[in-house]
Design a protein around this ligand. Sequence first.
Ligand code: NAD
Ligand code: SER
Length: 316
Amino acid sequence: MADRVLVTGSLGQIGTELVLALRKHYGTQNVIASDLHDCCPEVLGDGPYERIDVMDTAKLAETVKKYSVNKIVNLAALLSAVAEDKPALAYQVNLGGLFNILELARETGCSVFTPSSIAAFGPSTPADQTPQTTIQRPNTMYGVTKVAGEILADYYHYKFNVDTRGVRFPGLISYAALPGGGTTDYAVHIYYEALKQKAYTSYIAAGTYMDMMYMPDALDAIINLMEADPSRLNHRNAYNVTAMSFEPEMLAAEIRKHIPDFKLDYDVDPVRQAIADSWPNSLDDQAARDDWDWNPKYDLSAMTTDMLAKLKEKGI
Ligand code: NAD
Ligand code: SER
């Protein structure tokens, strides 16, 4: 029987593109998009859509049964800056939602892919070339839910044999949907403002390095890990993955190769700066390269060329 995939939180930055990539891979009718909204936006309108709150266990179970789902990709979450503003809701959605998905997977035999984040690390983690296995004591609610989610998903694998898999994504940069309220969002907004204003005011300070990745590589990471031979997986929840590490001045210099008079200045937001300062400068993703052949295609230069071209096509 064909694989049937349910994607939660599918109208966000990743889901908007992932659903289309999964539909290419598994077949349009075999990928069920879902989110909190009543109806599906046009971009995902070619296949099934259900309104699902991940806190609603009955609706989750009904949907898995209705479509004979055997794989769940759980994207429903509050991102780092929003989670610092609404920590109780973030705890419920990010961790409670994942718990609901894992319980359903235990009952139905579904596999589960859920992304973790660089936020699963904290200020006491080695910041440079952060190892796959290291200290994880985050000091944000988002990070707490991410590290706890990794451990919970591991538990469901070894205790109940649920096929759980995940990656620790860095900041994702994309042109299709705007990011949902994270700390790394500046690295998306800067491209829009470079085209619109030839200027951007960054809320992240000069010299702040964070890992980043262009969305096409992130989509490949999800699909390749979902399809990876389980006997090769020495880690499950979650693999470090990265494509580049930069600070705002490096990004501005790359943009100036296309828009020479682009100006970058700063108005640092102390909340998001503190979050960024608690995260790694660069990840070591050798384990993902060894175990499932992770190999990103876009560096800062290739990403910048493509981002600016795609945003221009969109009329930005
Ligand atoms: P996003 O904020 O763009 O989208 C999240 C989606 O979840 C939204 O469409 C929202 O409506 C939905 N949602 C919120 N509460 C919900 C609920 N109770 N039930 C169902 N849906 C709900 O986020 P994203 O960037 O697409 O991230 C998806 C996942 O990837 C998250 O787990 C996030 O932590 C992780 N991640 C993202 C990045 C990134 O840079 N985008 C980096 C690391 C990890
Ligand atoms: N891009 C995400 C954030 O900033 C990282 O998980 O929240």
